[in-house]
Structures are given as structure tokens and as C-alpha cells.
Design a binder for this molecule. Structure first.
Ligand code: ITT
Length: 192
């Protein structure tokens, strides 16, 4: 399929209101508005976020007969061999930031990365995936009231030592995995 020019709206399938708010903010400068779609996504089990996002987007686009965008994101901690990765949602709900910090107690290697895989799918079976990665460190203690999920325990290298949880939505979006992936989508959608 050729490039899609002049797209000014996406149908974003998500159950996470924080992600929705971030994506609206990221796409605003491109003149793209975000319509939220809430449906049960079928998520396959895989270690690959791209595969998960791609599969979900394809199924939802075919079912609803509209083009849709699905994002699968996760935190990969090096010393834990990439855990929680694709299980980030479940791990956050169960052990949370305190549980992660407990697992990391006394661990010297605190390197981690946030990954965002954004899949755009149209009802004819076309799918394209955009990836954003932000590298950083797991903090010793949670810090900050902004954001959601693992934000209070993640210190991005591209920042100034603050956690994502200590950054405004705008500050986080400039360097976040989500910002990077969705800006790539926006450039592709608007033909830049
Ligand atoms: P969807 O309905 O869009 O799938 P979700 O909350 O399940 O919402 P993801 O699978 O993309 O979203 O992300 C899994 C979890 O990873 C999410 O619930 C958070 O706990 C965490 N996470 C993802 N992106 C994050 C971010 O930018 N900051 C902090 N935590 C994040």
C-alpha cells in the first residue's frame, strides 16, 4: 500500500487512559486527533511486543472494519533478563513498583529500557509497526507523582536524573518510548 497522506484522525484501541492522554499530546502538533476505541483485544502470548501489537491491531481492524492503532509497551530490566517485558501490565497490577524494587535490591546493574510497539492496521489486512525505545536505569526508590505505571522508578538517560514520574507529560513525551514510536507513525501518516 502507498503512503497515507492527509490522515488527521486515528482510532486508538486502548483501555489505558494515561496512554490515551499521552498519545493525544504527542500527535497534536501533527494535526492528528485521537479517537478512543474500547474493545476487548485478543492478545497473543509472545516475547515480542511487535508481534503482540501487530496481531491485535489486525484482528480489531478486520472486526470493526476501520483502520486502528494498537500499542503494546513494556519495561525490560537487564539484570532480570528482560522481565517484566511483555508481562508488564500483569506485573504492575500484582507486585507493582515496590515488588520490582524488592527484586532489584542490592543489584548493581540497574539498566532497563522502555519499549513501545505501535501497530497501524487497516481492514484489508495491511499492517505497519513503529518502534520506540528509551534506555535508562531503575531508581533505588520511587520518585514523582506524574505519569503512571513504572514511571516513578525509571530514570531515562536522555533526561536530567529525574524519573519519568517527576516529569510533566510534555517532558516525558519528548524522550519517551511512546513519543518516539507515535512520532514515527505521525510522520508516516502525514507523508513527511
Ligand atoms: P492497553 O489497553 O493499551 O493494552 P495496557 O495498560 O495493558 O493498556 P501496555 O500493555 O502497553 O498497556 O503496557 C503494559 C504496562 O506497562 C502498563 O500497564 C504499565 O504498567 C507499563 N507501562 C507501559 N508504558 C508505560 C509508561 O510510559 N510508563 C510507565 N509504565 C508503563
Amino acid at each position: 500500500m502507498s503512503r497515507r497522506n492527509y490522515v488527521n484522525e486515528i482510532n486508538f484501541v486502548t483501555g489505558n487512559k494515561h496512554k490515551l492522554e499521552e498519545v493525544k499530546h504527542i500527535l497534536e502538533p501533527y494535526g492528528i486527533s485521537v479517537k478512543r476505541v474500547t474493545v476487548d483485544k485478543l492478545e497473543i502470548q509472545s516475547n515480542d511486543l511487535c508481534e503482540i501489537a501487530e496481531y491485535s491491531a489486525k484482528i480489531v481492524a478486520e472486526r470493526l472494519r476501520i483502520p486502528v492503532v494498537v500499542e503494546d509497551a513494556g519495561l525490560f530490566i537487564e539484570a532480570l533478563n528482560g522481565f517484566p517485558g511483555p508481562y508488564s501490565s500483569y506485573v504492575f497490577k500484582t507486585i507493582g513498583n515496590e515488588g520490582i524494587l524488592k527484586l532489584m535490591r542490592g543489584v548493581k546493574n540497574r539498566r532497563a529500557r522502555f519499549v513501545s510497539a505501535v501497530a497501524y492496521a487497516s481492514p484489508n489486512g495491511f499492517v505497519k509497526v513503529f518502534i520506540g525505545v528509551t534506555e535508562g536505569l531503575i531508581s533505588i526508590e520511587p520518585r514523582g507523582e506524574y505519569g503512571f505505571g513504572f514511571d516513578p522508578i525509571f530514570i531515562p538517560y536522555e533526561g536530567d536524573g529525574r524519573t519519568f514520574g517527576e516529569m510533566t507529560l510534555d517532558e516525558k513525551s519528548r524522550i519517551s518510548h511512546r513519543g518516539k514510536a507515535f512520532r514515527s507513525l505521525a510522520k508516516w501518516l502525514t507523508g513527511h
